[in-house]
Design a binder for this molecule. Structure first.
Ligand SMILES: [Zn+2]
Length: 185
């Protein structure tokens, strides 16, 4: 199985780090890269081939950077996972897909379940916000393979403690979600 992992936002935070928590010195791009890289290692250990790309160019909007969806499509990935962190003060995980009843929806549901099951035991306030459809995100719309975008938690709520201390657990959950999906098809 070929898994394409896209840590959200620009590599190195330049020109756009995603959401930030200045008091905690946390940036979405850094959390996404750490969790994405670790998830890739877990998936490789499980026998998958993994390609990881963090870029300011998601489709073709910033041609100076490599195109995330272009790379995934050319590589003929079997699954695509984009990794993000939310902002807005709420709590918990949610996973987005283009169409809930398609393969991307099943991939999203597998990741969401693993993430909630593995992180909630550390903090009951970590909510299961569920799988949500989103037709506007180009990583979900422009990818030819089943795609999911996971929001690990909120950088500006009590989730921040989980985001600081449980990145490896989150990565393992994402990887298990992907292998659960693959086993079920
Ligand atoms: Zn994001």
């Amino acid at each position: 199985m070929k898994v394409f992992i896209n840590p959200g936002h620009a590599a190195g935070g330049n020109p756009a780090p995603g959401c930030v928590n200045r008091a905690e010195h946390l940036r979405e791009c850094d959390i996404a890269l750490t969790v994405g890289s670790l998830a890739g290692e877990f998936l490789e250990a499980a026998g998958c081939r993994v390609k990881l790309l963090q870029s300011h160019n998601l489709a073709t909007e910033s041609p100076a950077y490599p195109s995330v969806t272009g790379e995934a499509n050319r590589w003929l990935a079997d699954a695509f996972v984009s990794i993000h962190v939310n902002a807005g003060g709420s709590r918990g995980a949610e996973t987005l897909c283009y169409w809930q009843y398609g393969a991307g929806g099943r991939l999203a549901a597998c990741i969401q379940k693993q993430l909630v099951d593995s992180i909630r035991p550390f903090d009951k306030g970590y909510a299961d916000r569920g799988v949500k459809e989103n037709k506007h995100l180009c990583v979900l719309r422009e990818t030819y393979m089943p795609a999911a975008l996971v929001e690990l938690g909120f950088i500006d709520s009590e989730d921040v403690q989980l985001l600081k201390e449980h990145q490896e657990d989150m990565a393992r959950a994402v990887a298990r979600g992907v292998t659960d999906y693959w086993r079920d098809i």
